[in-house]
Design a protein around this ligand. Structure first.
Ligand code: CMP
Length: 150
């Protein structure tokens, strides 16, 4: 099963949207393979978003991501990387399609509710950044349960 990394950002956690966001992933037959709640430190933000250091939006991004708790997730399932990107919608909420998480819950480019890996290499790097192998669990998803909430 393919795995991807996703994060529910501080604005979405503080707005009580975590359960609804995770339910959207589960309804797409993705399983939660790892989960953690953490307030990112400055070092976390600089490590996780290393490719964005020096960009004009980095300071605001790091400030926001360290401002409150976020939820780190590993999601597993068929085409997990593309599925989660589609469910999340465009990075810029003004361009996100109706029905996506960012269309529904993002308030700006920075406070855009969720993050997810954009490809296999970033998924591997981001999963390893947040989780040890023994914290990631693979199990058979029960299709019957997923169907009941689709
Ligand atoms: P995320 O998927 O977490 O990856 C980097 C984040 O930087 C992105 O979502 C946005 O929240 C934030 N960001 C702010 N401004 C920009 C920008 N101009 N281009 C890309 N990302 C931006």
């Amino acid at each position: 099963m393919e795995k991807t990394f996703a994060m529910i950002k501080p604005n979405a956690v503080q707005s009580g949207l975590a359960g609804r966001i995770i339910a959207r992933y589960e309804s797409a037959r993705l399983s939660v393979a790892a989960i953690r709640l953490k307030q990112m430190t400055k070092a976390d933000a600089e490590g996780f978003y290393a490719e964005h250091i020096g960009k004009p939006f980095f300071a605001e991004l790091a400030q926001f991501m360290t401002s409150g708790v976020s939820i780190q997730l590993v999601l597993a399932g068929e085409n997990a990387i593309a599925k989660v990107r589609a469910i999340n919608g465009a990075t810029n909420p003004a361009k996100a399609e109706p029905g996506t998480i960012r269309y529904d819950f993002a308030t700006s480019m920075t406070e855009n509710a969720v993050h997810s890996s954009d490809g296999p290499e970033s998924a591997a790097r981001e999963i390893a950044f947040w989780f040890k192998p023994e914290e990631i669990f693979e199990y058979e998803a029960n299709d019957q349960r997923a169907k009941s909430v689709l």
